[in-house]
Design a protein around this ligand. Structure first.
Ligand code: C2E
Ligand code: MG
Ligand code: MG
Length: 588
């Protein structure tokens, strides 16, 4: 707190006269207390008329007041006290001891400034004066100065001498405040985050000294692109931040990015080597009243995208909120899996000729307690990205096998103990194919629930072949060895070559819903469906159509020779009991 005030004339005579202290107004104990205190102190009281009075003080108090030139207090004339805030503090405290009792004030400016902390503590009232208090003054000048030096050190990067991350956000904050905190103004600043690419490789191969040298040279080049008022900082190992002033909005920020790219075109000399250094640049525009940390994080987010895209990227809030949602879904999905909060629904697959249930596809469902139902089209990709698909996939496999075994037991009175005449289809992600022991997992589920492999269809997508065809071949063959059926899901949407289709042991092609639902209005879709059906026939495979929503589609597909189908026309994915009831309802 700064209570800077013009210095009043030091009235040495008056001060000198009162330096001895002891006006006789106060009890002798106070005198003893004041003399004993090693710091400047005084006793102040309030007259019955409510006037502030200096009752006594020790010689150190004199010294400080002489030094600060505040004769007002010394003469007891608080109206002429140069640090009026002090007088107000004392008055307020004497009227109510619960009021603030501390104040930091500064006397003088720049290097000659002295810093004090004034503290009040209540004293027993005496006869002539009601409320009284002890005023103590501590000279904190040395402490404040070392704090300042330390803070300056904390805000600086020792290698480049530039502001560090803390110093940078401090600078952004000040720029934001200067822009006017109360009135929303046009955007005047942008933050660029520049990430030096492949720095760790240079550091590792050439040593950290060479790495340091490169960082310093890199910083110098960045410095050469700055305009007056711009600030460069080293915000991380190989990450730099630049605060740029902008007049023409985003164009100015992009021009700054362009200047940076320009200065990096010339190679860097490191000992005997010439190195080409590239960088990724993220830009975020400062919004009125925006938190500096948030602005910086936005620019960092844009850098991440710049790395993927290849050119400078400007932060877009919608993309960031999608990324945040993905991130929170990942965390919550992990928890949901741990707590077994996912469920498996079953959608009937109908034999289009007989109208009977040929099987059920097991589909994961997640009802989040706050967000409600979250679609697998949202959480499966998150599970794939995070690797959670491995445990999700194992859970789904086991659950589906368990349900099928349960159904078998429930239907025993009807079937005479024989297995039910249908299968359950389980989806397998390409990530599982690439990273898990799928055949082992399927075999374990079959064994644990006493099922035969022929009761399972495993739905794989074309992407599981594309990534590593050799591995996919081994997985498909291992599944066939278990007697399971292998279906190619979403067929037509991936990029698998016909050669693989022929070589791999695939039993069923599932025609993607996008082609099926297009059939009624679009002749291309009909042509594609026809082509898939004849391809399947030529390769000796069966077919399933996804997304049959109308009776017309069901009859057309049946007429075209498609073996089975699933879709809302027959039933939506159902809970296990409802699915089992559905099978029973279709028996006749
Ligand atoms: P998918 O394997 O192609 O499953 C078919 C999707 O089409 C399901 O969506 C199903 O509800 C939907 N569907 C079926 N008939 C109709 C219809 O007539 N109209 C419309 N509009 N949609 C229909 P869902 O359940 O949302 O699942 C989406 C995808 O998520 C699945 O596509 C599958 O790739 C994936 N998925 C779901 N559960 C699992 C799982 O346990 N493991 C793996 N790896 N993936 C899963
Ligand atoms: Mg499927
Ligand atoms: Mg599908």
């Amino acid at each position: 707190m700064q209570a800077a005030a013009p210095r009043g004339p030091a009235r040495a005579g008056v001060l000198g006269a009162s330096a001895s202290g002891g006006s006789g107004n106060v009890p002798a104990d106070d005198r003893v207390l004041l003399d004993a205190l090693p710091i400047a102190a005084a006793v102040v009281g309030l007259t019955p008329g409510g006037i502030l009075k200096l009752l006594d003080h020790n010689p150190r108090f004199d010294e400080v007041m002489v030094a600060t030139g505040d004769a007002g207090i010394m003469t007891g004339d608080f109206r002429s006290c140069t640090h009026l805030q002090i007088a107000r503090l004392m008055l307020g405290f004497l009227k109510d001891f619960e009021a603030p009792d501390e104040l930091d004030f500064c006397d003088g400016e720049g290097v000659s400034a002295r810093h004090f902390r004034i503290k009040l503590s209540p004293l027993k009232p005496c006869e002539r004066y009601g409320p009284r208090c002890l005023v103590s003054l501590v000279d904190r000048t040395v402490e404040v100065q070392s704090e300042k030096t330390l803070r300056a050190e904390m805000l600086r990067d020792s290698l480049t001498g530039l502001p560090n991350r803390l110093g940078f956000t401090d600078t952004i904050e000040k720029a934001g405040e200067a822009g006017g905190a109360s009135v929303p103004r046009a955007i005047e600043h942008a933050v660029l985050v520049v990430d030096m690419l492949r720095f760790s490789r240079i550091n590792e191969s050439m040593g950290s000294l060479a790495g340091d040298e490169l960082l310093i040279t890199f910083a110098r080049r960045l410095m050469s692109t700055l305009r007056s008022g711009d600030v460069l900082a080293r915000t991380g190992g190989n990450e730099f931040g630049i605060l740029v002033g902008i007049r023409r909005g985003i164009d100015d920020a992009l021009a700054a990015a362009e200047r940076i790219q320009q200065v990096l075109t010339a190679p860097f000399r490191l000992s005997e080597l010439e190195i080409k250094v590239e960088c990724a640049i993220g830009v975020a525009l400062m919004q009125p009243r925006q938190d500096s940390e948030e602005l910086f994080r936005n620019a960092q987010f844009a850098v991440k995208q710049a790395k993927q895209v290849g050119g400078p990227q400007v932060y877009e809030p919608s993309e960031a909120s999608a990324a945040r949602r993905r991130f929170s879904i990942e965390t919550e999905l992990r928890r949901a899996l741990d707590r077994d909060e996912l469920s498996l629904f079953y959608q009937p697959l109908i034999d289009l000729k007989s109208g009977k249930v040929a099987g059920f596809e097991a589909l994961a469902r997640w009802t989040h307690q706050d967000r409600g139902e979250i679609s697998p089209t949202e959480f499966i990709p998150v599970a794939e990205e995070s690797g959670l698909i491995l445990s999700l996939g194992r859970w789904a496999m086991d659950k589906a096998a368990q349900t099928l075994a349960d159904w078998d037991r429930q239907a025993a009175p009807l079937t005479g103990g024989k297995p039910l005449p249908f299968y359950v289809g389980v989806n397998l992600s390409a990530i599982q194919v690439a990273r898990d022991d799928i055949a082992g997992m399927v075999a374990a589920a079959l064994r644990d629930h006493g099922l035969n492999g022929a009761r399972l269809t495993l739905e794989l997508t074309e992407s599981s072949i594309v990534q590593d065809p050799a591995r996919a071949t081994r997985v498909f063959e291992a599944l066939k060895a278990l007697d399971a059926t292998v279906a190619m899901d979403d067929f037509g949407t991936g990029y698998s070559s016909l050669a693989y289709l022929q070589r791999l042991p695939i039993d069923v092609l599932k025609i993607d819903r996008s082609f099926v639902s297009g059939m009624m209005g679009d002749s291309d879709s009909v042509a594609i469906v026809r082509a898939v059906l004849s391809l399947a026939e030529a390769l000796g495979m069966s077919t399933t159509a996804e997304g049959i929503e109308t009776v017309e589609l069901a009859t057309t597909l049946a007429a075209l020779g498609c073996a089975s189908g699933q879709g809302y026309y027959f039933a939506k994915p159902l809970e296990a009991t409802a699915a089992f009831d559905y099978w029973k309802s279709r028996l006749n």
